[in-house]
Design a binder for this molecule. Structure first.
Ligand SMILES: [Fe+2]
Ligand SMILES: [Fe+2]
Length: 133
């Protein structure tokens, strides 16, 4: 079940706000797939929005890491780049695939995101709070 939970909070408002938006767009993907009025066009519209927002969010965190010279920047950038590459190579809007395929895709994204938030983003947030950023 795709839903924001307060345990996902990294206790840094700017990052939490964007994570909430990301999760709500993933929820929209879930809805778009399971909706009675499903259309490939509608689904692609939401997936494109998700892709765009992932870019916005990663750039936001990366700018903070650069600005405050975060010591674990390289590892964090590498994780972001792995997901960027995965999204690029998925070619989501190339040709219509099964609903199972899209379900697997958004489930993967959601799990990736939660895992990343809990391990990698939380560390960054602690650092930023410490720097009064
Ligand atoms: Fe991150
Ligand atoms: Fe993040």
């Amino acid at each position: 079940m795709i839903k924001w939970d307060d345990s996902y909070s990294v206790s840094y408002d700017g990052i939490d706000e964007q994570h909430k938006i990301l999760i709500s767009i993933i929820q929209e993907v879930e809805t778009a797939i399971n909706d009675d009025s499903y259309s490939f066009k509608g689904l692609i519209e939401v997936l494109n929005r998700l892709e765009e927002y992932i870019k916005v969010h990663f750039s936001y965190e990366e700018a903070l890491m650069t600005k405050y010279d975060y010591p674990e920047k390289d590892q964090h950038f590498t994780e972001h780049n792995e997901l960027r590459f995965k999204i690029l190579s998925t070619n989501l809007d190339y040709i219509e695939k099964s609903k199972d395929f899209y379900t697997e895709t958004y489930t993967y994204l959601f799990n990736w995101l939660i895992n990343h938030i809990m391990k990698i983003d939380k560390k960054l947030a602690l650092f930023l709070v410490d720097k009064n950023a």
